[in-house]
Ligand binder design. Sequence first.
Ligand code: CTP
Ligand code: MG
Length: 179
Amino acid sequence: MESVTVLLNALWLAVPLYTANAAPVLFGGGAPIDRGKTWRGARVLGDGKTWRGAAAGILTGMTTIFLLNTVYQQLLVEHTVLPVFPLTALVALPIGVICGDMGASFLKRRIGRQRGAPVPVLDQIDFLAGGLLLSIIAAPAWFFSSFTVPTLFLVAATPVIHRVANLTAYRLHLKDVPW
Ligand code: CTP
Ligand code: MG
């Protein structure tokens, strides 16, 4: 694959991972998923993981993938070799993103970090790992034909972009903390 194609593929595949992860920050709030319950002296997930946030993330991720597929099929198909997302990936990838984010919160509460406390690296890769893992399980053939090693490497390197995005959201007062 040409390097430009690899780069475009990685960006294309990363877009829904990021929109699914960003939507809860914008639309989240309300009742926490763990219903305030604690386990071994700490909240199971914490007030930062809400039903509304999870639903917003999943719906936004699914909508993003639908739009990417539509744009590709309507406009780009003759010019590029971007991956089309099958229905299994459309469903699994955003759910995986939200589960990965929740899994990280679960781990953070177990090691005594309060809601919102930063855990570098974990905070940046939780949603990527979740989204990619559930995609492998739900759509293995698609996954391995779409994510070549260099593509996967580039997607895994996107936390640097994530960092810049969070810093921007903080500056715009959309987030309380710059991570
Ligand atoms: N959010 C939400 N529901 C989710 C995930 C996120 O409502 N399932 C919202 C919450 O308002 C949360 C914000 O998005 O505070 C930022 O998300 P995140 O950084 O993942 O949560 P934190 O508040 O930092 O909590 P944690 O320490 O558990 O990561
Ligand atoms: Mg956080």
